[in-house]
Design a protein around this ligand. Sequence first.
Ligand SMILES: [Zn+2]
Length: 182
Amino acid sequence: MAARRTNGRGRRNGPGETRVQVRTRIRRQLAKQWRKVRNRRRDFHHKTARALVNTCDVIALEKLNVAGMTRRPAPKPDPDKAGAFLPNVATGKAGLNKSILDAGWAQFAAILTAKAESAGRRVVSVNPAGTSIECHQCGRECTRPRQETVICPAHGKMDADVNGARNIAARAGLGSGQAFAA
Ligand SMILES: [Zn+2]
């Protein structure tokens, strides 16, 4: 019994499989799961891009911060990507999360740009610095007590995504985006 628990390479691990076989099987199962996640994400990107291209004449995107993918994030509130969760602390983990999110964003931006161009839509890239933390009305720096909320010292509480979208629209020369806000 003890010999079986301390099994090494080539020895049986329970009925049928060696340790190496178990490891190989688990590695393959994991690879399959990751493939599923990637496929689901790409499918979501294609559907979202199609919906945007079908309903918008001009699409403004935050320019991907390629430099930021290899550096640790600044300790200050960051040039946020839409929908990204960025801790304000500069840790290795935050850098890793950011590069994973940026890879997803890069894929979505590429898919969206390709669809938009083939449909004759205009795509505008804007500088992402501060789009989520600046007030779209006065440009002051907001606080962000929660991911979905920003608070301007002058204009109070706003939906973080709507505020960010208005900043992006303004930088793309599309006005403040007021007409599009819900
Ligand atoms: Zn304000």
